[in-house]
Design a protein around this ligand. Structure first.
Ligand code: JHZ
Length: 418
């Protein structure tokens, strides 16, 4: 069901050092459904390693992707913030490609079609690739052509055969999920037009170390990126990284733009060099920087456990919002179960009435927040804290508070205190 990694997935180096061990964990999205909740859960080691040669952070194991992604409960379009991010991306990319209508956009791991819908509104023709059959079906119901498969050279060839080459390829929050990243990038070459653009978005490991975002470490995320190893990856496979942007989404992400080496698209040397200098300055190419994460993670665990225990002992009631994958790393690492958090609210229909993996906290629809009136809500999707606080006026107006676990445990009463 899983394999051990002994070589860096970008550069092949064996010079890898473990810097954080989160113990044995269930899969972050392996929710227990009412009909399967008696089945035994599987636990896998969760450790991060640093490549002392190319600086890529990566897990020490790879769980079979068929187990992780064939049916997938995460729907990109649940968050208004993410939908807006996709809308802005459509506008930005159209501008970069000269503002023409009718260009063909391919989205890899297109989920429920969240991003492609926005591209379509901008006048693109669109096609998605999505291995989770449940999500591909949602996109197709919205008339988005979707290939039901993992990204590979074969999928790329099928697209060329059926639709021809594409003008832009987007892949948001997927590269971190891929084991053979070299095969992933080299397959882009098959389907992209000569002057086409590749746009990749990934959360950055800089935020994990600086903002203690250890909860974004889970078995789906095999790699944790910096710009430098990404440049190595693209250059090894016929591409140049030509620009980079930074966004707050998902706790801090980078968007890189890549083009074929033969392309006439211009490289934004200044921005790229400045970004690399920033990574150097923050010592992100040094193992020592990553080793301090373990101490901070332990501190968050202690503080969160102590706050939750105190509140519960005081007779108050705690629930959570957002049955996020990262929430499950946080809860399971800290050893938090129904004794401390009685339920988790989530608006994703596929997650409701399931139990969260490992901790078995029930996941319930919004209406339970109104019925059960907890005094505290732990924001497990702290990356959407503003959106979640803003939509829970019912909780706020009766004096309910929010516990934000990351980057430090903090209790707030409103968005203004974030
Ligand atoms: P959210 C996901 O991780 C999955 P997760 C994935 N592995 C990835 O790479 C990262 O994103 C980047 C719910 N919610 O987005 C929806 C509401 O119910 O922080 C989600 O279950 N109502 C592909 O799972 C969860 O919270 C709302 O209004 O850690 C958010 O999960 C909002 C805003 C969210 O990512």
């Amino acid at each position: 069901m899983f394999k051990q990694i002994s070589e860096c997935r970008i550069c092949g180096s064996k010079n890898l050092s473990i810097y954080l061990d989160l113990g044995s964990m269930p899969l972050a999205n392996a929710l227990l459904r009412p009909e399967t909740k008696e089945k035994p859960e599987h636990f896998f080691p969760l450790e991060t390693m640093f490549c002392n040669d190319c600086s890529l952070s990566q897990l020490s194991v790879v769980v079979d992707p068929n187990i992780l992604f064939s049916g997938y409960a995460y729907r990109s379009s649940i968050s208004k913030t993410f939908r807006q991010h996709c809308r802005d991306m459509g506008v930005e990319i159209k501008k970069r490609l000269g503002g023409k209508n009718g260009l063909l956009a391919l989205d890899i791991a297109s989920n429920d079609g969240c991003l492609l819908k926005e591209f379509r509104s901008e006048g693109f023709k669109v096609v998605g690739v999505e291995p989770a059959t449940n999500l591909a079906a949602i996109a197709r119901a919205d008339a988005i052509t979707t290939f039901d498969s993992f990204w590979s050279a074969k999928t790329a060839e099928n697209i060329v055969k059926e639709l021809g080459k594409v003008d832009v390829i987007t892949a948001t929050n997927v590269l971190a999920h891929v084991d053979d990243v070299n095969a992933f990038v080299s397959a882009l070459d098959i389907v992209l037009n000569e002057n086409g653009l590749v746009v990749i978005e990934v959360p950055t490991v800089a935020n994990i170390v600086e903002k203690n975002q250890f909860d974004t470490i889970y078995h789906e995320h095999l790699s944790y990126f910096l710009l430098k190893p990404l440049m190595t990856l693209f250059e090894r496979n016929g591409f140049n990284v030509i620009d980079i942007q930074q966004f707050e989404i998902h706790g801090g992400s980078m968007r890189i733009f890549a083009a074929k080496k033969s392309s006439s698209l211009k490289k934004n040397e200044i921005t790229i060099n400045q970004y690399i200098e920033m990574e150097e300055l923050k010592q992100l190419y040094s193992l020592q920087t990553y080793l301090k994460l373990a101490r901070n993670v332990e501190k968050i665990k202690k503080e969160l456990l102590s706050i939750l225990t105190e509140i519960n002992e005081g007779g108050k009631h705690v629930a959570a919002y957002g049955a996020s994958a990262k929430g499950n790393t946080l809860l399971n690492y800290c050893g938090i179960g129904t004794n401390l958090i009685s339920f988790i609210i989530d608006d994703t229909p596929e997650k409701q009435n399931c139990l969260a993996p490992g901790n078995h906290i029930p996941i319930l629809p919004y209406v339970h927040l109104e019925e059960k009136k907890p005094q505290y809500l732990v924001l497990l999707a702290w990356n959407f804290a503003r959106e979640l606080i803003s939509k829970t006026s019912v909780h706020r107006n009766r004096g309910g508070k929010y516990i934000i676990p990351i980057p430090e445990v903090k209790i707030v009463s409103s968005e203004n205190e974030l």
